[in-house]
Each structure stands twice: as C-alpha cells, then as structure tokens.
Design a protein around this ligand. Sequence first.
Ligand code: NAP
Ligand code: G3P
Length: 499
Amino acid sequence: MFQHICNGDKDFCNLFDGKWVEASSGKYLTILSPVDGLLVGRVPAMSREDVDRAIQNTKESQPVWAATPIHERASVFYKAADLLEEHADEIAAVLTMEIAKDRRSAWFEVKRTADFLRYTADAGKSMAGEAISGDNFPGGSKNKISYVSRVPLGTVLAISPFNYPINLSASKIAPALIGGNAVLLKPASQGAISALYLADILQEAGLPKGVLNTITGKGSEIGDYIVTHPGVNFINFTGSTAVGKHIAKEAGMVPLMLELGGKDAAIVLSDADLEFAAQTIISGAYAYAGQRCTAVKRILATGAVADRLISKLLSGIAKLKVGDPREDATIVPLINEKAADFVMELIGDAKQKGAKILTGGKREGNLIQPTLVDNVTTDMRLAWEEPFGPVLPILRVRDEQEAINIANRSEYGLQSSVFTKNIHDAFYIANRLEVGTVQINNKTERGPDHFPFLGVKASGMGTQGVKYAIEAMTRPKAIVFNLQDNGTVHHEGPIRGEE
Ligand code: NAP
Ligand code: G3P
C-alpha cells in the first residue's frame, strides 16, 4: 500500500507529480524518536530547485483539478477516509514513535482526520454561489444580474506543526483541494514521516498527480524560500507565533491564514463545580504533555477558590500516567531537548521569584513531571509565556474583573474557559474576553472540527474550521448579465445560428 517508503524501509520520499522522489541533492534529514532516541526514518532535505519544480508542477495540474466536478473531487476524500481508517493502527504507531503521542491520542488523530475528510467532501458539495438582482440597490435594475460563484486561488502552501502532523495537514489540504486548489505541503520535520502517510493515502485514493506535492526539509533552511515563492497564492500556516510573525513579514501580498500560539486561561468562579472543573482542567492542561496550542495554560481564580481547587487538582494530577506513549502515558517526553529546556526555564524563573511548586518541577531527559505552580504573579514569565509542556500556573485574583483584565493582558487570544453554574456570569465574562473562542464549563479545545477555530492578537489570523477554511481558500467570481429592456443581451454581430 504505502509507496512513499522508497529506499529500504527507513528512507521516505516526497510526492511530486504523482511519483515518490528523493531530494535532487540526495540529502536526507534524520528523524529520531523522542520516545527512545532511535531512528524513525529519514526524509529528503529538499532544495530550492526541488521547491521550484514542485510548485511549477502544481501550477500545471491545478486547472484540470479545478475543472473537475466537485462531486468527483469529493469522491477522493471519501475513499481516503476509508483508507485512513483501514490503516489507522499502522499510522498511529508511526505517530507515536515520531512525535511521542500516546497510542490512543495518535489513533484518535487518524480517526478524526478521516471524519474531517468526509465532512469536508460533504461541505464542498454544498458550496453554492448566488445570483443577485441589480434592483436590490437604488438606481439598479432587474436587467442587471450578478451570478456569483466561488473559485480557487491557485496553489496553496500548507505548513503544519509537529503536534498534529496528520490532522493539521489535512485541515489545510482538504479544504484547499475541495475548493479546486492545488497544494504544496511542508510538514514539520518532526512529524514529516506521519504527514507523508497522509499524502500517500490521498494519492492512493485517486488524487490526480501534481494536485498535492510535498516538500520536506528544515523550515529554517527552505522556509523563507517557499513562503516568498511567486507561485504561492495562499499560505495556510499552523505553528509558533514567532514563525507565524516571521512568515507574515516575509510573505508580502499573499493572503495568509495563521493558527499560532496560545495562553488559554481557565477562569474558575466560586460557584463552579470544582470537582468537574479540576478534572476538566487537568485533561486540558496535561493531555499530550501540554503540547497543544489550546491547552489550558493558566488558572485564574480568587484565593478562596484556588485553595478549594488545589487539593482536587493535585489528586487528579497524581493519577496521570507518566512515561512511555506506547503504554498510553499522558505525560510523555517533549518533542525535543530545546522544548524541555524552555519549560524548565519558565519553572525556574517562577520559583526564583517566589512561586510555589505544588507538584512536579523535575525532569528526566525530555520527560517533565506534571507540574502545578501556585502563587504565580504577573512579574513571572510563566504568567505570560507559552510553555508547550506539562506545567500549569495558578494566578490568584481579587475578583472576576481582575481575572478578565489579566486574561486580556496576554499577547495571545486563542481560547479561554469559564467555569460557573451561573450562565449570566459566564456570558458577562465571555463577552469581555479577547479570544477566538470561550468554552463555558469545558476545557479549551479546537474540536469539533466544523466549529470556527481562530486566534486573535498573537494567536493568529483567519479562521479554520471546515466551512471557514474552504471560504478562506476560495474567492467570489462575479459574472454580471446586462439585459436590455426588450430582453436581448448586448452583443456584436448575428446571434449564433442566425448567421
Ligand atoms: P514551529 O516551530 O513554528 O514550526 C511550525 C512549522 O513551520 C513547521 O513545519 C516548521 O518546519 C515550519 N517553519 C519553521 N520555520 C519556518 C520558516 N522560516 N518559514 C516557513 N516555515 C517554517 O511550531 P511547532 O514547534 O511545529 O509547533 C508548536 C507551536 O505551534 C506552538 O507555539 C503551538 O502553540 C503552535 N501551534 C498552534 C496551533 C493552532 O492551531 N493555533 C496548533 C498547533 C501548534 P520545521 O519543523 O522543519 O522547523
Ligand atoms: O495544538 C493543536 C490545536 O489545534 C489543538 O487541537 O483538538 O487538541 O484542541 P485540540
């Protein structure tokens, strides 16, 4: 089934014009597992010339794909979804070793992507245009009719992060393709092997050659070249705020969608069900060792609430499984040493400024214990920076208004949670939070994937979510009919058939 494993059983290739190819230089990136440090495989280190060829190929292939009826385009996604489910165990095992995601979450990422593909196919088929009569506007007339349809933008550059290499590649590729675009996928290097499985499945499902090409290689080496390439018509990026801002500067006039970092706050009010809030916050903060953009990354609560909440948090944290993702641990080794160093830096800074480490705070290699930090104050880095690891700070506030103020002082604006039994209080706070989404009595999370998913401020620009992504990667095309009073259309020469 899988063709992208193209040299031996550990060298993978990129998809180019329907074939699996190495880098023209013959160079490879070695991907080692964060789980055991052993080789997962190698992916081509593609060059600028390889990028040129891949983009040119999408240009040549895209018009035929755009002219393909949507129901035929959609059929590829239904087939790909079936193949993903058929091979879910095998692909999940690769995910687990490549990005240290626990087996259950890895399997669920594959399943979620199959569901995403089906939903996108359905949504694409119901993508309708409109006809607008001119007389709706003063001075207009019924003789002027605008027929508006949605057309693709051309070549979409999809850049995905390490933590969802399959789902956050598909969340860009599928809406782009169903809208008639061609796609160049640049996956995260740590996650590239998993992403190539997705490309393989889409090709196996019947995606015509050249409509999806992949480019593996270090973003720091070829990233700027790709994002400034004149052949790119849209950039759909998910990753860190630092890289997102850099791309926004480099990309010039190319339309962008950026899903970036977060510092999601859980605001817990005094009337909340604290048992439920504790369990939900723990799941939101520590799943996949906190390596989720929508992870709960701070608790804002009054002192009295914090005191009652802490014991419940500690007992739940104590139950978290720590260790090997192959044994379904929740707290797994972070993606690399640099990531683990950064988390420890934030913990150290908080401790040195007087915060209280209630549990955790220690590391073994890149595995950091689930850490809960109390008495975090606004002079500490942990109050504001995104750890992308298993550490949760508690900031004690005077009241709801201070919770809102501190939540909004963050440079980020992805999501927030509000825990309370009083829907009026929930809405009062939700309406004042500067974020893309507020979860009432739930952890912050992206799904379900047809919901709008967006960040404001340093958390991004544009809106993901199936319908929104299709709209973002297509545009209106208007054809205006100008009829005469006697009902004939302006034209020169005889009407066809009356020559
Ligand atoms: P990252 O380091 O920003 O990398 C993201 C992607 O950008 C990777 O494919 C990376 O390639 C590529 N890249 C790096 N430098 C580039 C450049 N100069 N030009 C073009 N592409 C470049 O992020 P990550 O470590 O993969 O993911 C963690 C971060 O992403 C966290 O901040 C997290 O909050 C954020 N994130 C946000 C969301 C969301 O939906 N809002 C979802 C997931 C993650 P290489 O891997 O080769 O460097
Ligand atoms: O960090 C990935 C982001 O998309 C979060 O997804 O479903 O874990 O909330 P989810």
